[in-house]
Design a protein around this ligand. Structure first.
Ligand SMILES: Nc1ncnc2c1ncn2[C@@H]1O[C@H](COP(=O)(O)OP(=O)(O)O)[C@@H](O)[C@H]1O
Ligand SMILES: [Mg+2]
Length: 264
């Protein structure tokens, strides 16, 4: 099967295309890095796959189902696609524990009246352990650092055991040790056959996992081939928004500069 298939895709917001002319086919089980400078359209491309940005033209198919101008992936797709949005941590106002937030990822699998069964609870525990937070299961998410909260969101996506995992800069604002831990997790997930599409600047940390790279430049695909040939965008420092500043700790949804992910 084909995990992702775009033909002459135009994706944007309102009537304005941000990416266009995108031809991209990702086979089941592939592990693809999406690279490119800030503002090039990586997030829009990722969100288009989830029906969170508008497909303005061409074809977008995810796990065999079309995503169109008016349609999000159908309910049957929920739980089959995992998504870690860019720059989101869990709102500090939500008095939820790590276990509860990650459990939500599992709920997507169960359908409207589903309840977590023992197998689901252990999937939640496994996902939390995989991101190195096993000792924080019962802690309020608000008590964790920004980087740890990012890892909770990764665990939430993992808990659903998705067939396709789309992650938008999962390592941004996460320390080097956590980046290596995430790389190990993704290697495991990839080995089970899950398709990975990871928007990242830190290709060095994930080079062992991601084999193919797609470089987005001004809304078009400028390169599609082996990661090694993509030219490194990893200069050892992550520059959010191209400010040249080190990453801020603890990105929050209500950060005023966030414009691309407000619709989630
Ligand atoms: N919600 C939105 N509405 C309108 N334009 C947007 C929105 N989100 C992003 N854009 C525009 O799309 C372009 C690409 O943004 P984005 O996809 O976030 O790029 P990247 O993830 O590569 O940094 C930018 O010029 C940005 O201003
Ligand atoms: Mg982005």
């Amino acid at each position: 099967m084909t995990a992702v298939r775009l033909r002459e895709a135009r994706i944007g917001y309102g009537d304005v295309a941000v990416v266009e002319g995108v031809d991209l086919t990702v086979a089941d089980g592939e592990a693809v890095a999406v690279l490119g400078s800030n503002g090039s359209g990586k997030t829009t491309l990722a969100r288009g796959l989830l029906g969170l940005a508008t497909v303005l033209g061409g074809e977008v198919e995810v796990l065999g189902a079309p995503v169109g101008r008016l349609r999000r992936p159908p309910p049957a797709q929920r739980g089959r696609i995992g998504y870690v949005p860019q720059r989101h941590t869990v709102s500090g106002a939500v008095p939820a524990t790590v276990r509860e937030v990650v459990g939500v990822g599992r709920l997507a699998r169960l359908g409207p009246f589903g309840r977590l069964r023992p197998a689901d609870r252990s999937a939640v525990q496994d996902a939390v352990a995989a991101v190195g937070l096993a000792d924080r299961l019962g802690d309020p998410v608000a008590s964790l650092s920004g980087g740890q909260q990012r890892r909770v969101l990764v665990a939430r996506a993992l808990a659903a055991e998705p067939e396709l995992l789309v992650m938008d800069e999962p390592t941004a604002g996460v320390d080097a040790a956590s980046q290596d831990a995430l790389a190990a997790v993704l290697a495991d997930v990839s080995a089970t056959g899950t398709t990975l599409l990871v928007v990242t600047h830190e290709t060095a940390a994930l080079a062992g996992v991601l084999t193919r790279a797609v470089v987005v430049d001004h809304g078009r695909i400028a390169y599609d081939g082996p990661l090694a040939g993509a030219g490194s965008t990893d200069d050892g420092h992550h520059h959010p928004e191209g400010t040249g500043l080190p990453p801020a700790r603890g990105y929050r949804q209500d950060q005023p500069r966030v414009t691309t992910d407000g619709g989630r």
